[in-house]
Design a protein around this ligand. Sequence first.
Ligand code: SF4
Length: 90
Amino acid sequence: MVADKVKELEQENILLKAQVEELQNICGTNASAPMNCEYCKNFIQHYIKVEMQYSPVCSGHCAAGRRMKARRTDETCKAFIRKAYGKNYI
Ligand code: SF4
C-alpha cells in the first residue's frame, strides 16, 4: 500500500519536473519578472519631453498589430514576448 503510494508520488514528481522545465524553456529562467507590456518585446514606450529631457510615461503602444494600440505598462496579453537586453533576459 505505502510502496504503491510512493511509486505514484515519484511518477507525479517526474511529471511535474518535466512541466517545470518546459515552462522555464517557454518563459526563460527568470520567470519571476512580470509579463507586462512594459517587459514585452512588442511594447513601444512613450515619452514626454520636459524642458530638454525625455522621461518615460506609464503608457505606450503595441507593435504586434493588436487592435488597441494605446497600452498601459501593467497590461498584458497572450502575445507577450519577453524583451531581451544583450545576452541576459530581464
Ligand atoms: S499587448 Fe501583448 S504583445 Fe502588445 S506589448 Fe502588450 S503584452 Fe506585448
